[in-house]
Design a protein around this ligand. Structure first.
Ligand code: GUN
Length: 294
């Protein structure tokens, strides 16, 4: 079994981004600038957004944090997005999800200029991804593709089972790995909450990407020998072995399955660090107008 070290790969991406920032600075150019919109007080969202701002500092990008009240109306949020669309200082921005109940997430996603949509959630970017055209790729699936690349894991012709069909991870992941590209060219099965006899699919899989948010869900009876397991889950579970009384758990039961896997991502330290590194990478692309050249 080989451990896929997301911290190491993300660190390499940060190093290369820093080099790019230095080049931009010495050429007298404008450094990449990311804005993040945080609505309300969701603790997980606060943690993620703070980590994104910190990553900007680490690589030398500019950053702007827009904090808005939980009770903000949809119209007010759309106006804040319009301001970011119009602000030429900002290359790309994200609106952290989930949003409060009074706000329609689809409307928000569609209000972001595709050229600045570094999360890759706008229908234009998702459509371009499906067509294999240049687009911003959603950060978590993009990070997973980069991990498969970094560890030279062969994907062509392999059976990949994706568990979970969220708009952020499962659905784009299934599309990316089925594309005619490398990594890609997989035969993909997308499983979800209504899938019957899930083990029937997972037992055949060469690669399993599990993103359903249920700690320790994937067990050894469900997988075949030599499978590659990419664990996107990150849940806080009670633990008697930590000071805080909590620890982070993935969707795979790591201790149960690890020895049956050829490769596996740990939680924490696997997919998580890659998500933010990919967002930083997309922000550099936005700064360079790499995706939308005209
Ligand atoms: N919430 C959970 N993951 C993400 C993400 O990648 N981007 C945004 N904007 N919100 C999220």
């Amino acid at each position: 079994m080989k451990l896929i070290d997301g911290r190491k790969v993300s660190e390499e991406i940060y190093q290369s981004l820093k080099i790019e920032v230095d080049k931009i600075k010495s050429a007298g150019g404008k450094v990449p600038h990311l804005a993040a919109v945080l609505v309300g007080n969701n603790p997980a969202s606060q943690t993620y957004v703070n980590a994104k701002v910190k990553a900007c500092e680490q690589v030398g990008f500019g950053s702007t944090l827009v904090k808005l009240d939980e009770s903000i109306s949809e119209i007010e949020l759309l106006a804040a997005i319009q301001k970011l669309n119009d602000n030429t200082e900002i290359d790309g921005f994200i609106v952290q999800l989930p949003l409060p109940k009074q706000i329609n997430e689809n409307k928000v996603t569609q209000a972001i200029l595709p050229q600045k949509d570094v999360d890759g959630f706008h229908p234009t970017n998702l459509g371009r991804m499906v067509l294999n055209l240049p687009s911003y790729l959603p950060a978590t699936p993009f990070g997973i593709v980069k991990l498969l690349e970094a560890y030279e894991i062969d994907t062509a012709g392999k059976h990949c089972v994706v568990i979970g069909r969220s708009h952020i991870v499962g659905s784009p992941m299934s599309i990316l790995l089925a594309r005619n590209s490398n990594p890609g060219n997989c035969t993909v099965t997308l499983c979800h909450s209504r899938t019957q006899n899930l083990s029937h699919y997972t037992q055949q899989a060469d690669i399993i990407i599990v993103a359903l948010g249920k700690p320790y869900f994937l067990k050894k009876e469900m997988i075949k020998e030599g499978v590659v397991v990419i664990d996107v889950g990150i849940s806080r579970v009670e633990s008697s072995s930590t000071k805080s009384g909590f620890k982070l758990a993935g969707d795979a039961d790591f201790d149960d399955i690890a020895e049956k896997c050829s490769y596996i991502t740990p939680v924490p330290g696997g997919v998580g660090p890659m998500t933010i590194a990919s967002l930083m990478f997309n922000t550099l692309l936005a700064n360079r107008k790499e995706i939308y050249k005209d």
